[in-house]
Design a protein around this ligand. Structure first.
Ligand SMILES: Nc1ncnc2c1ncn2[C@@H]1O[C@H](COP(=O)(O)OP(=O)(O)OP(=O)(O)O)[C@@H](O)[C@H]1O
Ligand SMILES: [Mg+2]
Length: 280
């Protein structure tokens, strides 16, 4: 592995099985075919490989059910991959022992989930400080860092509210503040803005771009929206039915879509651009 690689995923497979003890040889095509035909098991990712250089935003894009969240969850072993290897900042995540995994999750990665994932009975600042508490940071320092993180996402003054009194956009900011508070080198954002109104979504994208200018983290950003993928990401991987069908820079993908699936996304985007130009 190259020193310049922050995330390296190699031949990652995840099969959801009814029976956890079922062992599957993904290198045996007959076995894979029989799983596909069984109806009980779902092949959510197939042979997914990609690398992410440090300090860039890498976007994973694809329709609902294409396997995006499964990939992201396998990166921090919230799901155990069926096969394949995940290396993050030089660590083989797939082979970490329990203690190694706990430390890795506490210190090296921040995750923002698709559906907020805030604790309803904790205040905004308590939610933000949760990771710091697990890191053993003192109460005083937690408070200070938590307030700073809330300031970074524009939520000064909201620290003592409960999540339910905040709008969707604000709750998502709390999720981002929580991920930022532990200052991890890697951020995983799983459709963080997909439930938001278009205008708010655009504002949040702008803020993320601005934050990233200052922070220079490695970010993996999941979306089903090509427009968003192109705005926030400097490299994209496009997923379909558990596979990556194309990866490259937005420009490479826009100018040379690999198949009809990608071409359809790109066509919509091009139409949007033409429409906007015609209105100018
Ligand atoms: N716990 C589970 N058990 C069985 N099948 C699952 C499970 N979680 C996801 N799947 C299936 O795996 C496939 C990939 O799901 P995944 O959630 O990774 O997709 P996604 O691209 O994140 O979709 P979305 O955009 O809707 O979030 C889908 O067919 C889904 O139904
Ligand atoms: Mg998902």
């Amino acid at each position: 592995m190259n020193d310049e690689t922050a995330v390296e995923v190699t031949n990652l497979w995840k099969v959801y099985t009814e029976d956890d003890s079922l062992s599957i040889d993904v290198n045996n095509p007959d076995e894979v075919r029989s799983i596909e035909g069984s109806g009980d098991n779902v092949i959510a990712t197939r042979d997914v490989s990609f690398t992410v250089e440090p300090q860039i935003t890498f976007t994973i894009m694809g329709l609902s059910g294409s396997g995006k969240s499964t990939v992201v969850r396998c990166l921090i072993r919230l799901l155990v991959p069926t096969a394949g290897e995940v290396r993050i900042n030089g660590k083989d995540v797939t082979s970490l022992d329990t203690e190694g995994l706990i430390n890795f999750r506490r210190n090296e990665v921040g995750m923002v989930f698709q559906h907020y994932g805030l604790l309803p009975h904790r205040t905004v600042v308590e939610n933000v400080c949760l990771g710091l508490k697990f890191q053993g940071v003192s109460r005083e320092d937690r408070e200070r860092i938590g307030m700073e993180a809330l300031g970074t996402v524009g939520l000064d003054g909201w620290e003592d509210y409960y999540p339910a009194s905040l709008s969707g956009g604000m709750q998502q900011r709390v999720g981002i503040a929580r991920a930022l508070a532990i200052d991890p080198p890697l951020l995983l954002l799983d459709e963080p803005f997909s439930g938001l109104d278009p205008l708010i979504k655009r504002n949040m994208q702008d803020e993320l771009l601005q934050l990233q200018e200052e922070m220079r983290k490695t970010i993996i950003f999941v979306t089903h929206d090509l427009d968003e993928a192109i705005r926030v990401g400097s490299r994209l991987a496009i997923m379909k039915d558990g596979r990556i069908v194309q990866q490259g820079t937005p420009k490479e993908i826009m100018s040379n879509p690999a198949d009809d699936y990608v071409r359809n996304f790109v066509k919509d985007k091009k139409k949007q651009i033409e429409h906007a130009e015609a209105q100018e």
